[in-house]
Design a protein around this ligand. Structure first.
Ligand SMILES: Cc1cc2nc3c(=O)[nH]c(=O)nc-3n(C[C@H](O)[C@H](O)[C@H](O)COP(=O)(O)O)c2cc1C
Length: 209
């Protein structure tokens, strides 16, 4: 295998200037998300969600399904590890990495469940197979090695009247308090701009790479 220490990339796809960044982070995030989608980044909406697990940070990838100035929304099983960790400590971190654009966005925020009506709206918009899969999976529970979840999903699909959103499956909205936009630059002199929310006002500053 190649010596990992010898793998080196020069980042030169763009730059950001504190002066040119907007005074609030949402329009910058919208612009960067649009550019990630247009650039055909693989899974542009995927982000690493970090939660607290009894003192240990715990991370996994989930998909962003909506965002606006009220927050950023993903969907999951509320009984999963992440769901239980958020119920204990709603302070979370999000990380988007778009390698094709040499960009990273870090967000800190407070997570809370969205309303059952909003969760219904998204749940029933999904393909029926995904709805059935969400019902079958008690996400993050240990299960029998030989259990055939695909077969159980197919069985459930034979009785569509039983396909109802479980109360433990729905959306989580993250109300952000901090954003950091990172753009890779040559010689590791990367550009970083951080926004912080205080007294309902966003401030921005440049950070050393
Ligand atoms: C690309 C990708 C997208 C994923 N999207 C979601 C998602 O939107 N919601 C979700 O609950 N899990 C999603 N997962 C699975 C999670 O990473 C994780 O395995 C699962 O949610 C259980 O996590 P937990 O045990 O920490 O709760 C995704 C995984 C990958 C790799």
């Amino acid at each position: 295998m190649t010596n990992l220490a010898d793998i080196r990339k020069i980042y030169m796809k763009g730059s950001i200037s504190l002066h040119e960044m907007p005074n609030e982070p949402f329009s910058a995030f919208k612009k960067w998300m649009s550019e990630a989608i247009e650039s055909q980044v693989h899974e542009p909406t995927a982000f690493t969600l970090s939660t607290s697990n009894d003192g240990f940070p715990d991370s996994r990838v989930v998909l962003l399904k909506d965002f606006n100035e009220k927050g950023l929304v993903f969907f999951t099983n509320y009984n999963s590890q992440k769901g239980q960790q958020i119920a204990t400590n709603p302070q979370i971190a999000m990380n988007f990495f778009w390698p094709e654009l040499e960009r990273q966005v870090r967000i800190l925020g407070i997570a809370e469940k969205i309303s059952p009506e909003e969760s219904d709206k998204y749940f029933y918009s999904r393909p029926i197979e995904s709805q059935a899969g969400a019902i079958i999976s008690l996400q993050s529970s240990a299960i029998d090695a030989d259990r055939n979840l695909e077969l159980e999903t197919q069985e459930l699909l034979k009785t569509p009247e039983k396909i109802i959103r479980p109360n433990h499956w729905g959306g989580i909205n993250i109300k952000p308090v901090q954003f950091e936009f990172w753009q890779g630059r040559p010689s590791r002199v990367h550009d970083r701009v951080r926004y912080k929310l205080a007294n309902q006002l966003w401030s921005k500053e440049r950070l050393a790479p």
